[in-house]
Design a protein around this ligand. Structure first.
Ligand code: FEO
Ligand code: CA
Ligand code: CA
Length: 636
């Protein structure tokens, strides 16, 4: 494959909405309340010395910090399991990979999946109708499925960038047609890919190709299905929803279906009646009177003054069968309603299915679901994500933890209420407030789970939106945490379904060039691999952890020396972390999956700035790229 070069200058200034993260937009719209005992909480934040002293005083540093953290650079170098040399940071507008590797685009925003979709226009983008038949915006979590020997990618299109997607109106939402274009640009794409002489490409008109948008009918299942809070005038039974939205990370079930995860659904709703009073539950979920895309102005379904229950029908895990393009996606309410990041599946020794789930909001929680039934290959799987128990994680500072069952007895809520207002249920049982749980990953060669806690500027500053205080705690040990960390847990008896676990921190990101306290990061962070805001995470077949970032790419001040967002590879055993890829400036690197032969890694570049990837004169295009070794060896 050719190594593609793009010019190193941005095409245009993006508007504020396009550069603002969803998280920052939420905070701007609905700031969380100030903490009342500010001084006392900040005083409890630990310094670097205090942190290490506390860990060592426990007599078993490895119980809290990962084994690699204390080995030092010599030990790390001796356990090199990496097939590549680390690359330096970058601050330009293209992709860099190690010597001996190359990359090329596979699917770009606006690429037709069907021949009846018009070709992408580099100046105006796509038409409203064409967008429903083409690759969407903001590629995110993805999985590859081998369906009868065919390579099929299912991928999320998380949100829209109006400046880019609505270039025809200068980025403004001015009509129902504009809203529908945005709705068609989001959701999920399923499409077949094939590897030709000149690289990977979309199989146009494959009978497995499919677009799922904000308008695709889907079925509600589980405890919340049919509940009064899910009933609307258009769906008086509360069982049929149009669309899935803000699809962030993903997951793959053992039986070969795709899990797409509804994250910041709150921002799509607003009210044409600004005097409308909203419930405390809406407040907990960040649902307010003004939506990010003005859907409510043109599409009554998103106008709270006309459809107050519509938001209760989003915020779930949705199961999609990629092998059947006519199948109806299933919203799995048993897995709870929150700002779902991704869904990492494991099978317990007794066959029960375990799904780890993060709620990406400052001070919210980490969850897991355990099915009642057991998985048997080829058996009936229809109830495995319908009937089961949801738990929230409680960590203690001594390196132990417990999954607390969200039962009616423990929460004072009935099963449907727990499924709909899961955040309130987790608060009721005193789960541990976390620094924005992003992706969870399960190691295929060891019984352990990992969660990227991306950052949390409110740690030890403000409570979460439910009023739960957020003092520093074991897995979230730094106040005003701007760098993030990765927590890891070891289920008791090597059983992912177990209630008890022990935990440690695999890495605390930081900047040892700028700080000499806890913000320097853990000892497996050094000048050569600095990063901030770990987000996407996936294990490869060898048990190496691929880590993607979505953070501050200013390369200045506390972030100096970190460069653009990037992808690193971590060795869970030695603790070594090595930089593998740098993304184009302004983009987030998110989503990774592999071809069935493991000779190609597919990686997502979300919301790049022009001129990526098509060069000057074209709108910026979120893109899935294929990365290969030049010798075509296995890449992961
Ligand atoms: Fe869509 Fe939390 O990332
Ligand atoms: Ca993410
Ligand atoms: Ca993120």
């Amino acid at each position: 494959m050719k190594h593609i070069q793009t010019p190193a200058t941005p095409q245009s200034q993006a508007d504020a909405m396009d550069t603002m993260s969803w998280d920052d937009w939420d905070e701007l719209q609905r700031p969380t309340p100030e903490m009342t005992e500010f001084d006392g909480v900040v005083a409890s934040a630990m310094s670097r010395r205090g942190f290490l002293g506390r860990v060592l005083a426990m007599g078993s540093g490895a119980a809290v910090m990962g084994a690699g953290v204390f080995k030092g650079s010599t030990a790390l170098a001796a356990s090199d399991r990496f097939a590549f040399d680390a690359i330096p940071i970058a601050t330009d507008f293209t992709i860099h990979v190690p010597e001996g590797y190359s990359w090329a685009p596979v699917a770009k925003w606006g690429d037709p999946l069907f021949s009846d979709a018009p070709a992408f226009d580099p100046v105006s983008g796509v038409t409203t109708e064409g967008q429903a038949r083409a690759f969407g915006e903001n590629t995110d979590g993805m999985e590859l499925f081998n369906i009868g020997g065919r390579q099929v990618i299912a991928v999320n299109h998380e949100y829209a960038n109006t400046r880019t997607n609505l270039a025809r109106s200068g980025g403004d939402v001015t009509s129902l047609d504009d809203v529908q274009l945005l709705q068609n640009a989001q959701g999920v794409a399923v499409f077949e890919v094939e590897e030709a002489e000149d690289g990977w490409r979309i199989v146009l008109d494959s009978d497995l190709n499919r677009r799922i948008t904000h308008q695709t009918p889907m079925t509600l299942t589980g405890p919340a299905a049919g509940h009064d809070l899910l009933k609307t005038a258009a769906d008086p039974e509360g069982r049929t929803v149009l669309g899935t939205m803000n699809n962030c990370g993903a997951g793959k079930t053992p039986w070969g279906t795709y899990l797409t995860c509804e994250e910041n659904f709150n921002g799509y709703f607003g009210s044409t009646d600004q005097a409308l009073e909203l419930s405390a539950e809406f407040g907990r979920y960040g649902i307010g009177l003004e939506g990010r895309y003005a859907y409510e102005t043109y599409d009554a379904r998103f106008d709270l003054s006309q459809n107050i229950n519509e938001p209760n029908r989003f915020g779930y895990i949705v199961e999609i069968d990629p092998a059947d393009p006519t199948s109806t996606p299933m919203k799995r309410t048993a897995l709870g309603r929150f700002k779902h990041e991704n869904a990492a599946c494991a099978v317990a020794p007794d066959g029960r299915v375990v799904v780890y789930l993060g709620d990406d909001e400052r001070g919210e929680y980490l969850y897991k679901y355990v099915s009642d039934g057991v998985y048997t290959p080829g058996g009936d799987t229809s109830d495995l994500l319908v009937e089961g128990q949801l738990y929230a994680a409680k960590f203690t500072d001594d390196g132990r933890g417990e999954w607390i069952a969200l039962t009616p007895e423990a929460t004072g809520m009935d099963a449907a209420e727990i499924a709909i207002h899961t955040r309130l249920a987790a608060s009721a049982v005193g789960a541990t407030t976390m620094d924005r749980p992003e992706w969870v990953a399960v190691n295929p060669v060891a019984v352990e789970g990992y969660c990227a806690l991306t950052n949390n500027k409110n740690r030890a500053v403000k409570p979460n939106a439910g009023g739960d205080e957020t003092p520093v705690n074991g897995p979230n040990p730094r106040a005003e945490n701007k760098y993030g960390q990765i927590v890891r847990w070891y289920p008791e008896n090597d059983d992912h379904a177990a209630v008890d676990f022990t935990w440690d921190l695999y890495v605390m990101a930081g900047n040892p060039e700028v700080h000499d306290d806890a913000y320097a990061g853990s000892d497996n962070v050094h000048k050569g691999n600095m990063f901030n805001s770990p987000d996407g995470m996936m294990f490869d077949s060898a048990g190496l952890l691929w880590i993607q970032t979505d953070g501050d790419d200013s390369n200045e001040d506390g972030f100096a020396g970190m460069g653009n967002n990037q992808m690193l590879v971590g060795d869970p055993v030695s603790g070594e972390i090595r930089r593998f890829m740098t993304g184009p400036k302004g983009s987030e690197v998110t989503g990774i999956t592999w071809s069935s032969d493991r000779r190609t890694a597919f990686v997502g570049i979300q919301h790049p700035k022009a001129p990526f990837p098509d060069g000057e004169g074209s709108l910026a295009r979120s893109t899935i790229v294929a990365i290969k070794r030049d010798d075509n060896a296995v890449i992961g």
